[in-house]
Design a binder for this molecule. Structure first.
Ligand SMILES: Cc1cc2nc3c(=O)[nH]c(=O)nc-3n(C[C@H](O)[C@H](O)[C@H](O)COP(=O)(O)OP(=O)(O)OC[C@H]3O[C@@H](n4cnc5c(N)ncnc54)[C@H](O)[C@@H]3O)c2cc1C
Length: 402
């Protein structure tokens, strides 16, 4: 009997975990092939440190090919360009690849059209990709030489609020270190209905804690607002306010990849894949989507659109569930592993330069029984340890570790 062919698109948190986990689940009795547009793994959470020179690209990436080779997984550095669901094949920039099971783990791309003026060359920066974070570093160094007002925040529809808060507090920390905190005003702008909403409905005492942090660092905040325009030196908000700036970092909303958006049978209107709790697509039993590529319904409406953060921990959980389900299907069993996104525990360490906050909750989305935020310098140490551990775990393929 021929072995099942599992094709994984994407090789970062979700794709790497899914590929290695399905290989382990079936004790290698399966042909796993990963096609990824990047030939490196990128530990995205550390992009918050790159602009300040606290990390270099080589500190937070590793080449994928040796990791997959060590686990007998075929790897192709190429982008998927067309998915043929009926033909069970994917066209890529390196040729056509057939599959019996497909795992879509292509993550997201920044939407730089909702608010014009966020881009790799500015005028406002973002840090969603390695290139963008590198450019944000060029801008940062120019600001230190020629200080002026700083605006950090998130655009309407954004979801990665953890990164915008982390960047804000890292900027405050770096300004203090450079002796510029008295000369530079720092403002946080966000569509969140209140400080500390984080796109997950907030946590007990979160708003008070963030207010205290901001007051201590002399940061002004404007929430519950969108951005209507970013000019060369001024940001206009939808609430009518205008903010002068010399340096700005604004997290944009995220969209699914174009190759997914081109398949309306599985894509929602943001280009993410509609999935069941087993992470199979709604219409195809043999097609899965995990990580940021998988759609999550926002369970509330807010005056200004706020997205849901899809972080690394749920991405890996989803990938493991998909791997177990594919292994069950290969064995002729029903796919039974499921974990709804909103029911997964929320585990996050928010860095603030030399301080931070540990965030723990029993569920990503309300209603929750427990949720705590523990501030303190130990969280900065934990965040650094989390980076080292995650890179070691991924590079060595220990994807079954927590
Ligand atoms: C600045 C920032 C800070 C963050 N901080 C945290 C944090 O502190 N904690 C946390 O848990 N999460 C954090 N996140 C979120 C975390 O990065 C995501 O949850 C995680 O990257 C999701 O992994 P993924 O594999 O689904 O997608 P991605 O990491 O985006 O990977 C997608 C992969 O697909 C590939 N790909 C794209 N298009 C194609 C194509 N057409 N064909 C083939 N391959 C393709 C890409 O090259 C990439 O390898 C942060 C994100 C950002 C941007």
């Amino acid at each position: 009997m021929t072995r099942a062919r599992v094709l994984v698109l994407g090789g970062n948190f979700a794709g790497l975990t899914a590929a290695l986990a399905v290989q382990h689940e079936l004790d290698g009795d399966v042909d796993v092939h990963v096609v990824s547009a990047s030939d490196h793994f990128l530990f995205t959470p550390s992009l918050i440190w790159l602009p300040f020179g606290k990390r270099r690209a080589e500190d937070i990436t590793f080449p994928l090919a040796p990791t997959f080779a060590a686990h007998d997984i075929e790897f192709t550095h190429a982008a998927a360009t067309r998915i043929d669901l009926d033909g069970r094949k994917v066209e890529t920039t390196a040729g056509v690849v057939d599959y019996d099971y497909l795992v879509i783990a292509t993550g997201s791309r920044p939407d730089l059209t909702t608010v014009a003026g966020i881009g790799e060359d500015g005028p406002a920066h973002h840090i969603s990709t390695l290139d963008a974070a590198t450019r944000a570093g060029v801008g940062w160094r120019a600001l230190v030489k020629n200080p002026g007002p700083v605006v950090i925040g998130a655009a309407q529809g954004a979801s990665c609020f953890g990164a915008s808060y982390e960047y804000l507090f890292n900027v405050a920390h770096q300004l203090k270190r450079a002796g510029l905190d008295d000369r530079v005003t720092l403002t946080y702008v966000s569509p969140e209905p209140f400080l500390g909403h984080f796109g997950i409905g907030g946590l007990p005492h979160g708003e008070t804690l963030l207010r205290t942090f901001m007051k201590r660092a002399h940061i002004e905040h404007v929430v519950d607002t969108g951005i209507s325009e970013i000019g060369d030196s001024r940001i206009s908000l939808t609430n009518g306010r205008r903010l002068e700036y010399r340096y700005a970092m604004v997290m944009p909303p995220f969209l699914g990849q174009q190759v997914i958006a081109d398949v309306p049978e599985i894509a929602d209107d943001t280009g993410c894949v509609r999935v069941r709790e087993t992470y199979q697509t709604k219409t195809r039993d043999e097609v899965y989507a995990v990580g940021v590529a998988a759609a999550v319904d926002v369970p509330w409406t807010s005056a200004v659109p706020v997205g849901i953060p899809k972080t690394g921990f749920p991405s890996e959980q989803q990938a493991r569930a998909a791997a177990r389900n594919i292994a069950a299907q290969v064995r002729g069993d029903a796919p039974e592993a499921h974990t709804a996104f909103g029911e997964m525990p929320a585990v996050c360490i928010m860095d603030a330069g030399n301080n931070g906050v540990l965030i723990l909750a029993d569920r990503m989305l309300p209603p929750r029984k427990h949720g705590v935020m523990v501030p303190g310098p130990q969280s900065h140490g934990l965040r650094v340890a989390f980076e080292k551990y995650s890179l070691w775990k991924a590079q060595h393929g220990y994807v079954n570790l927590p």
